[in-house]
Design a protein around this ligand. Structure first.
Ligand code: 5GP
Length: 198
């Protein structure tokens, strides 16, 4: 059992286990597929890198034809300037576009993406996020679908990283002691990957 790993002195605890993630994504996939069943294939736009796992599982839960594209944007710095690091490969004019996010926190990133993509005149534009930290929103951005609403905690796993680590943890963990992890970013590596589950 994975829970056994969290009995130890880890600065994080289990927030959402892999089975719950899988169940919820199956529901969302069916909902999205129903929306586009009689339409041209929608374009699902993964926002790199955090949404990679979510996107991969979500599209396999959709029993319709879909197109996939990726964007990467630089994170917000103190200056508040955002820049596209990797743009879409395809033109989305006239297409049904679904932005696939890992987490919506302040809303600044999604707000920027929605503005940028709507200027390209898609037929429709929606957003789906794995995690929604509603309590932290500073900009009220439309968000059509969300898998889980979570409290104001820093999370890692299932695509979400801390300093490039922990993206491939299959569950979502809430970091209780961020200062301790910042002091030693690899702190949880041995315990999370050194033990066999089951
Ligand atoms: P926003 O622009 O909505 O404030 O934040 C979006 C980005 O901040 C996310 O795509 C993600 O990269 C990062 N982020 C926000 N909260 C968390 C968190 O709890 N854990 C991790 N790993 N990243 C987060």
């Amino acid at each position: 059992m994975i829970d056994g790993r969290f009995a130890s002195n880890l600065p994080a605890e289990l927030l959402i286990d892999r089975a719950s993630i899988a169940r919820r994504i199956d529901e969302l996939g069916a909902e999205l597929a129903g929306l586009f069943a009689d339409e041209e294939p929608p374009v699902l736009v993964g926002v790199l890198k955090g949404s990679a796992m979510f996107l991969a599982d979500l599209i396999r839960a959709m029993d319709i034809d879909v197109a996939v594209d990726f964007m990467s944007i630089s994170s917000y710095s103190q200056s508040g300037v955002v820049r596209i690091v990797k743009d879409l490969d395809e033109d989305v004019r006239g297409r049904d576009v679904v932005v696939v996010e890992d987490i919506v926190d302040t809303g600044l990133t999604l707000n920027y993406l929605r503005k940028t993509l709507s200027q390209r005149e898609p037929d429709s534009l929606r957003a789906v996020t794995l995690l929604d930290k509603t309590a932290r929103r500073i900009i009220p951005v439309p968000l059509e679908f969300s898998a889980f609403e979570i409290p104001d905690v820093f999370v890692v796993g299932y695509g979400l990283d801390f300093q490039g680590l922990y993206r491939n943890v299959a569950d979502i963990l809430a970091v209780r002691d961020l200062a301790r992890l910042a002091n030693d970013p690899r702190l949880m590596v041995a315990q999370l990957f050194g033990l066999k589950s089951g």
